[in-house]
Design a protein around this ligand. Structure first.
Ligand SMILES: Cc1cc2nc3c(=O)[nH]c(=O)nc-3n(C[C@H](O)[C@H](O)[C@H](O)COP(=O)(O)O)c2cc1C
Length: 483
């Protein structure tokens, strides 16, 4: 009986084995025939079946490098050391390290802060308020912090991410820029200060023909949360290219807030129509100021130093009603929801080059008191923020720093609808991992820890607070410095 049972089991196993092997052989044969008969992929034609693993390994390589092989200071756009600092700051965990720095100070262009022989004692430090923006406006804006959330549209971001940022900004008392996708109910959820961005497609404030509708703008300015208006000329990651929102992200509510058809890619023009010189730009600024009564500024990435010098000269000779109240300078290293690689990689000046140029141009024309300088471009760590303040910025804004605070893992999928952390996707099943209430606390912690750490650098330099930073407090180590 036992013998018969064993025989039966063995036969069953043999049948199962033959079926699996036979099945596999048929599948391999199927792909073999497909690969050798197709003409599109040389590798698959020359190496049928195994050639297919190349794509799989290429995809998996991203994860292996990020988790196992890349050194702490190696990856781009942000390395592990930078990301981990933000994650820990957002969780309000200890921010001290042991043994010694892994940052190589011998790299040329490293900024170092010049510590004072007798730093400030904690009880000697004086808290200061950030500078007022738009002192000559009917309704100037008194920001709560020098570190704020940069423009990211509802559309590029999910509604849960926008809600978390809005609630986090309210907790941290910093502002949140809408990006060019218009004002959504989610921006208002936390009741934070909002900067409304006017992009080239005028999303949220456009008329039937896609022109800027000043009545809509005035109505928006009535909202107490909307503190300032930013006219976007360009952005670091894609100078000369308008906003791009892929078709599968243009869903019902997003399309209706923007005032565009649903399901079609939303691509804004690469320039404001009718604005092709400085005179026209100042005219537009004047019109927006007149319709809103609130501070109005411009955002751009710098290409030519002569242009900013010429613009400042013109501003200095223009009536105050036409002058911008702030300039937001984005570095070429800035982030994006979607942009073409050549523009991302090679067009526009990086912030370490452009910030000193713009700060000097404003100062040389005595405009730096009336026109506040805001800047962005990978300023996600305290040292980078402190460097920007030393170099002439009044405020720093960050987009990706706050995305990391929300839990971004740098999966680089913002231009698809597949963000695994729910930050830049409109798939409900991926969004469910992002709890806005919980993440808003992380946003606020990240903000607060940046401010605290920047203040710490200021105290080390012998200053009472971060508003006292100047170019004298930082030295850029060049190759000569080491000789
Ligand atoms: C997902 C995403 C969406 C963005 N959307 C906008 C936008 O609508 N308007 C804009 O001016 N900049 C936009 N930006 C650029 C940021 O506002 C910022 O200028 C740039 O990323 C530099 O800051 P960061 O290095 O801290 O990210 C976006 C960036 C990201 C990552």
């Amino acid at each position: 009986m036992l013998h018969e049972y064993t025989l039966f089991s063995l036969s069953l196993l043999a049948i199962l084995f033959t079926t699996i092997v036979g099945g596999l052989a048929i599948v391999v044969l199927y792909f073999y025939i497909r690969d050798v008969t197709q003409t599109q992929h040389a590798i698959r034609r020359n190496y049928p079946v195994i050639g297919r693993f190349r794509n799989v390994f290429e995809h998996l390589g991203t994860f292996f490098r990020q988790y196992f092989y890349a050194m702490d200071r190696e990856e781009l756009p942000f390395n592990r050391a930078q990301r981990v600092w933000v994650y820990r700051a957002a969780k309000n965990l200890s921010l001290s390290n042991a043994f010694g720095s892994t940052h190589d100070l011998r790299q040329p262009n490293t900024p170092v802060f010049l510590n004072a022989p007798y730093p400030m004692l904690e009880d000697e430090c004086v808290e200061a308020r950030p500078p007022l923006i738009g002192p000559h406006c009917a309704q100037p804006y008194q920001p709560g912090s020098f570190f704020n959330i940069s423009g990211m549209s509802y559309g590029a971001l999910s509604h849960v991410a926008v809600t978390a940022l809005s609630q986090g900004a309210a907790r941290a008392k910093c502002w949140f820029n809408t990006g060019e996708g218009g004002l959504s109910p989610y921006h208002l959820k936390g009741d934070c200060d909002v900067v409304f961005q006017i992009g080239t497609a005028y999303y949220g404030v456009r008329d039937d023909q896609g022109r800027l509708d000043f009545d809509k703008l005035s109505a928006l300015a009535e909202r107490p949360q909307v503190k300032m208006f930013e006219i976007k000329l360009s952005q670091g990651a894609k100078p000369g290219k308008g906003g791009i929102l892929p078709a599968d992200k243009v869903k019902g509510e997003i399309a209706s807030i923007r005032g565009i058809p649903e399901g079609q890619a939303s691509v804004s023009p690469n320039r404001h129509r009718g604005i092709n010189d400085d005179a026209a730009l100042l005219n537009l600024i004047g019109q927006v100021k007149a319709s809103t009564g609130k501070p109005v500024g411009i955002k751009f990435v710098l290409g030519d130093e002569q242009w900013i010098r010429g613009l400042c000269a013109r501003i200095a000779s223009s009536p105050v009603e036409m002058r911008p109240d702030f300039i937001t300078l984005d570095g070429a290293e800035g982030g994006t929801g979607a942009a073409p690689q050549p523009l991302m990689d090679f067009v526009g000046l990086p912030l370490h080059v452009s910030l000193p140029m713009v700060a000097s141009a404003l100062r040389d024309h005595q405009l730096n008191e009336d026109i506040r300088l805001i800047c962005s471009g990978k300023l996600i760590a305290p040292s980078a923020v402190a460097w920007a303040l030393c170099s002439g910025a009044d405020f720093v804004v960050s987009a990706r720093g706050f995305m990391f605070a929300l839990g971004c893992i740098q999966a680089m999928q913002c231009n698809k609808n597949t963000c695994p952390t729910g930050i830049t996707t409109h798939e409900a099943k991926l969004q469910k991992g992002l709890d806005p209430t919980y993440k808003s606390v992380r946003v606020a912690h990240y903000h607060d820890n940046i401010v605290k750490s920047v203040e710490m650098i200021a105290h080390s330099c012998g200053l009472q607070n971060a508003y006292a930073f100047s170019r004298d407090n930082v030295k850029i180590l060049s190759t000569q410095t080491h000789q």
